[in-house]
Design a protein around this ligand. Structure first.
Ligand SMILES: NC(=O)C1=CN([C@@H]2O[C@H](COP(=O)(O)OP(=O)(O)OC[C@H]3O[C@@H](n4cnc5c(N)ncnc54)[C@H](O)[C@@H]3O)[C@@H](O)[C@H]2O)C=CC1
Ligand SMILES: O=C(O)C(=O)Cc1ccc(O)cc1
Length: 362
């Protein structure tokens, strides 16, 4: 139990008790917030309540101070409009992955938007449902807030209080800025990853057997829920189509250069395009993307019980501060790889110390 006092006052009501709704509920319950739940599906809401995300809302429950709409994007405007009408004194927010389409729909319907503040936590998982929910889903992840010029300060602070309670990092954007940004960092990657993974469907078994970290890294999100993504991409089609057109032009330029790889200048064009990728990945914040901030040491570990535990213990004994850890292991292989990210200034000593203790590093 986290004993930190919550910044949230009053009851938080969650509409849509799936992955996002139940994760918000779990996180707020850990802080002692009173959370009520509602879902179109009686099973979904019962499941979320069973997991501890809150209690099912009943007639006579107090009016919430905040309503969090966490339904699929295509019904977000409906649910927000309903919540604003049902709880006129509550602040209503939503967590949908697209921000402009629901907002424009609410404006078109003439909904009273003074108490509505759109938001979007940049955290998720490949599969939905309360069963996948986690209280720490939002920790250290950006949480976008889209407020209007006339959003009252109290409404804004209530939504911010929820995001901060859940460990999110607040960032303000207009709905247009938000949709353009997620088009690039979330929606284009989803399409590229899905299309890349789709190439594997008819691949020969012997080719698949050779797959490793590179393929896994570039296809992880391809396992996402197609129904949710049809909605997200459809609602953000303008920026995504523009990005896909630019991406297709890059693919065409790359393909042409590679096809004529012996022509003068062609190798440089291939190299330049690959190098631009390196510069791009260096701009991704956080441990995984920022190859410039950490150095990765790969340690070979025998596929025997306890080896990983021994490595972690010895890292502690050697005073090596691990910034990140990734494990790589192919079924059937007698060896695994532990990829340890360390600060650049610690890397040389870490390799030397580990080698001295008999570990093999790459
Ligand atoms: N899945 C992800 O990784 C992320 C999703 N989001 C956004 O969060 C929202 C929810 O997504 P998930 O939690 O993944 O979906 P989910 O499928 O896990 O949960 C959605 C829930 O909403 C319920 N629902 C559907 N229509 C409803 C209605 N009219 N009234 C009440 N409940 C209704 C469903 O029964 C379901 O339990 C979406 O808008 C999505 O764009 C945001 C960040 C990440
Ligand atoms: O898994 C990841 O890297 C994601 O980016 C997940 C995700 C999916 C949908 C969102 O609206 C926000 C985040």
């Amino acid at each position: 139990m986290n004993e930190l006092e919550s910044r949230v006052r009053g009851t938080v009501h969650i509409v849509g008790a799936g992955l996002l709704g139940a994760s918000v509920g779990l996180g707020l319950r850990e802080r002692g917030v009173d959370v009520t739940l509602e879902d179109l599906s009686p099973t979904a809401v019962a499941l979320a309540a069973d997991y501890g995300a809150g209690r099912i809302r009943e007639a006579g429950d107090p009016e919430p101070s905040v309503v969090v709409v966490a339904t699929p994007p295509d019904v977000v405007a409906d649910a927000v409009e309903r919540a604003l009408a049902e709880f006129p004194d509550a602040v209503v927010t939503d967590v949908a992955s697209v921000k402009l389409a629901p907002y424009l729909e609410l404006v078109r319907r003439g909904a009273p938007l003074k108490n509505y503040v759109g938001s979007h936590p940049m955290a998720g998982r490949e599969r939905g449902g309360a069963i996948m929910a986690r209280a720490d889903l939002f920790t250290a992840r950006p949480w976008v807030i889209c407020r209007d010029r006339d959003t009252p300060a109290e409404a804004l602070s209530l939504v911010e209080a929820i995001a901060l309670d859940l460990g999110g990092v607040l960032t303000e954007m207009t709905p247009e800025e938000h949709d353009r940004s997620v088009g690039l960092v979330s929606h284009l990657p989803q399409v590229v990853s899905s299309l890349l993974a789709a190439r594997l469907v008819s691949a020969e078994e012997q080719a698949i057997a050779l797959a490793g970290a590179g393929l896994r890294d570039t296809t992880r999100i391809a396992a996402s829920d197609p129904e949710l993504w049809v909605q997200i991409l459809g609602a953000n089609r303008e920026p995504v189509v523009a990005l896909l057109e630019q991406f297709s032009a890059d693919v065409a330029a790359f393909t042409a250069a590679l096809r004529d790889a012996d022509a003068p200048g062609a190798k440089r064009r291939v190299a330049d395009l690959l190098a631009a990728g390196g510069r791009g990945v260096g701009r991704i914040p956080g441990k995984h993307g920022s190859s410039e901030r950490f150095i990765t040491i790969t340690v070979l570990i025998d596929d025997t019980p306890g080896e990983l535990g021994r490595l972690l213990t010895e890292l502690g004994e050697l005073g090596i501060n691990m910034e990140d850890l990734r494990l790589e292991h192919s079924p059937g292989a007698q060896i695994g790889f532990a990829e340890i990210a360390v600060l650049p200034e610690a890397a040389e000593r870490a390799v030397a110390d580990l080698t001295e203790r008999g570990w093999r590093t790459l």
